[in-house]
Design a protein around this ligand. Structure first.
Ligand code: ATP
Length: 748
């Protein structure tokens, strides 16, 4: 009984769909926007204006319309938009939709969080609908995103707005294990949302993968995809796509390179930069602060910031995976009183997605590489974006801060600049980014470096992470293109290393050890005795939240003035900055000093007060008064011989432990590798750490060798001071006992 009825119903539906499509086509063609015009300049229709086919067989104007219902869109799309509470268009939607619906190529630029996703999702759905695209037609549209998370987010929007359509869509991103299943199904999918690497993998490996009929190509974050990082992949992809297609490019920072665009063979593209006339390049509700923070104070500043914003959702950008891992692990051990998370390109895809979703839902701090810099629209607003490391350029800055203050909501951001990076301020100003330059409140800083030093003593793994974080940071600065801003030779290497809690500055082999450390103000490093560190940890976490060096009212007044180091009352000269901001590592009474420049292999000996003793003083201890000064030369020689023997013995023991540790590490890594665990690839280059696509991993593999050597360096540094001796086959327990003994003897 039901069958004929449903057949009839389907037929009826087909007829009414065809009628709707005919109407839409006539409507679109009746009064298309002039080529080269920006529909934003047209007066909007009133809310009560008649829409669609009018009585005199004409159609209403849709160029310049400001409500979705006024556009020639299918009922299915309009219903979904209404249900998702999308009623009024944003500027970029108002500008782009009329041209896109006419089938024109578009190069669209609009501020972050201004609704670019809908500006391309709607035309994709409408084009395929009007073409009556079905399962048998295969791939009709390809949407490319630079990161997996962003691809996932676009997929969610597509599912939402396209829920009444019958298209099949697939999310093709790297890091997913079900690639074989994907290969079986990919030809049945109508809309592909993908990262470049995975798409290329299908083009290369999937039998009969066919996109020769595809209609619309979209590049979200187009400038990033057209960038040299994805050049090869994109060229290979484009070469397999039909020339006759519509191409839509969107980004908050658009490419203007003719060369880039030529690769895409755009046809008379419409350049729509809707906020070009705007006074600012960033969202108007975004309050932006820039602070000069010396490298060795960055973690103190970050810690203080987190401690004073425990009720906020904070996104923290660091320049490499290894830095993210180190800061996350170290701060987690210090229990700041707010959940901490981390996100970087070396994590398993499932975990990345889970962390992304958790951060959408909960108040927390997310430490991230640039993998979260573009496009992500965290569900519940991000309160603060903190850029601990300077972004590589202004575009990157704009995308990072754009994770807050999205679509009518407000937000705040703070950028830590090194004194040597002050040029960035000029560049931001030139790019119409309104930043407020402010000085950090030194008296309210909560130093964390000494706590880190204690943690590193307690957790050798963390020390390893700190070394890697140090090396990758140095390398990231070394590799930055903009040498006006980034100069590795200007970095206070030793102070920075000490601020991470490292007892010694790791060697930086890639610089051929050319870095000369600037005048080292603190020649000694501070080490807390273990129990005192515990006490300090507790004290820090108990600290009151009322010490906020970033108080918001400070930035309210002249937030929208461009900070001008030359005219601003906070006139900044690098030399002055160093005066303004004293070193953090102020010696405190009870702290112990260890001379980091002591000869290799020298043991540090402490007196009852906890002060370090030079070797002779140790002998003097056993003598009294003047006698101590008149030491018998023979006695002295004998003492030194004994000491050398002791050291040799200790070195031998150290060496055994270290070899064992390295062996275990290698075995562990092998097992991990065998198990196909692609997470936590410790020895890989993660200098950018910002990519989520496996293509990018491939790209980085070249560097892997380079970084492996850096890591070796780190390892060597860790064991610096230990003489090389033959290996002994001690058991793990014995090694541990030995290590414990050595540690105790060092601290007793
Ligand atoms: N017309 C609209 N009405 C209400 N909300 C909208 C509208 N268009 C988009 N939004 C919302 O605005 C937010 C930002 O949109 P979207 O992520 O598309 O911005 P974007 O311009 O792509 O940002 P980015 O440059 O960072 O990628 C989203 O939460 C989205 O749901």
């Amino acid at each position: 009984m039901k069958r004929p009825k449903s057949k009839e119903f389907r037929k009826q539906q087909r007829v009414s769909e065809q009628e709707e499509i005919d109407l839409l086509n006539s409507w679109i063609q009746f009064q298309p926007p002039d080529s080269g015009s920006n529909p934003m300049s047209l007066p909007p229709l009133t809310k009560s204006s008649p829409v669609g086919r009018l009585q005199d067989n004409t159609y209403s104007r849709y160029a310049g319309a400001s409500r979705f219902e006024q556009f020639p869109l299918s009922k299915k799309t309009k219903d979904a938009l209404r249900q998702a509470k999308f009623v009024v268009t944003t500027d970029i939607q108002r500008a782009a939709l009329p041209h896109a619906l006419c089938g024109r190529d578009i190069l669209g630029a609009a501020k972050t969080g201004s609704g670019k996703t809908l500006a391309f999702i709607i035309p994709v759905l409408e084009k395929l609908y009007r073409e009556r695209w079905g399962p048998e037609d295969g791939v009709g549209s390809i949407i490319i995103s630079p990161t997996r998370e962003l691809a996932g987010q676009i997929f969610d929007v597509l599912k939402d707005v396209g829920k009444h359509h019958n298209f099949s869509a697939g999310l093709l991103i790297g890091g997913r294990k079900d690639v074989e299943m994907e290969k079986e199904r990919v030809n049945e999918l109508n809309i592909l949302i993908c990262t470049p690497g995975r798409l290329l993998q299908h083009m290369d490996e999937t039998p009969n993968f066919d996109c020769s009929q595809m209609q619309v190509l979209v590049l979200d974050e187009a400038d990033s995809i057209l960038d040299s990082g994805f050049k090869k992949e994109l060229n290979a992809i484009i070469s397999q796509l039909p020339k006759r297609r519509q191409t839509l490019l969107f980004s908050a920072t658009q490419t203007k390179s003719i060369q880039d665009l030529a690769r895409l063979s755009l046809k008379d593209p419409e350049y729509l930069s809707v906020h070009e006339e705007s006074v600012t390049a960033t969202p108007s509700l975004l309050k932006q602060i820039v602070m000069v923070v010396p490298l060795e104070q960055k973690l103190d500043m970050l810690w203080s910031f987190i401690k004073s914003h425990l009720q906020s959702k904070i996104l923290v950008f660091l320049s490499s995976c290894k830095q993210v891992k180190f800061v996350f692990e170290a701060f987690k051990k210090l229990h700041p009183g707010i959940p901490l998370k981390c996100l970087h390109g070396r994590m398993k895809q499932e975990r990345r997605m889970a962390i992304y979703s958790e951060f959408c839902e909960k108040r927390s701090v997310l430490f991230s590489t640039d993998v979260a810099a573009r496009g992500l629209d965290f569900n519940k607003a991000v309160d603060w974006v903190v850029q601990v490391d300077c972004p590589e350029n202004v575009a990157s800055y704009i995308h990072r801060v754009g994770r807050t203050a999205r679509y009518k909501s407000d937000g705040k951001s703070v950028l830590f600049l090194l004194p040597s990076e002050m040029q960035m301020l000029e560049k931001l100003k030139a790019a119409k980014v309104p930043v407020h330059f402010t000085k950090p409140r030194q008296e309210r800083l909560q130093p964390v470096s000494t706590l880190l030093a204690s943690l590193l003593v307690k957790y050798p793994d963390l020390q390893h992470r700190a070394q890697r974080a140090f090396i990758t940071y140095m390398r990231s600065i070394h590799l930055q293109k903009d040498k006006d801003i980034f100069d590795v030779m200007k970095l206070p290497v030793n102070e920075y290393s000490a601020s991470l809690g490292l007892p010694m500055t790791p060697k930086i082999r890639f610089l051929n050890q050319k870095i000369k450390s600037k005048v080292v103000s603190t020649k000694s490093i501070l080490v807390e005795p273990e129990d005192s560190s515990k006490k300090n940890v507790l004290e820090v976490s108990r600290n009151k939240i009322d010490t906020d060096p970033f108080k918001d009212e400070e930035i309210e007044n002249d937030l929208f003035q461009l900070a001008d180091p030359a005219t601003n009352e906070d006139k900044v000269k690098s030399s002055e900055i160093e005066e303004i901001i004293p070193g953090t590592r102020v010696l405190k009474k009870k702290k112990l000093k260890i001379n980091v420049h002591r000869p290799v292999g020298t043991r540090v000996v402490f007196d009852d007060e906890g002060n370090t003793l030079p070797p002779l003083a140790r002998i003097a201890d056993t003598q009294s008064g003047k006698e101590a000064l008149l030491l018998d030369p023979e006695q002295k020689a004998e003492y030194y011989k004994r000491m050398r023997d002791d050291l040799k013995k200790a070195d031998k023991e150290d060496k055994i432990i270290e070899r064992q540790r390295l062996r275990e590490k290698r075995i562990k890594q092998k097992m991990k590798w065998k198990a196909g665990n692609d997470e936590e690839e410790e020895d890989q280059d993660d200098n950018s750490g910002s990519e989520g696509d496996e293509t990018v991993k491939r790209r980085h593999k070249k560097n892997k060798v380079y970084f492996d050597s850096d890591s070796d360096e780190g390892e060597r540094n860790e064991i610096a001071g230990n003489a090389r001796t033959s290996s002994g086959a001690a058991t793990l327990e014995e090694q541990e006992a030995l290590a414990l003994k050595l540690l105790n003897s060092m601290h007793s």
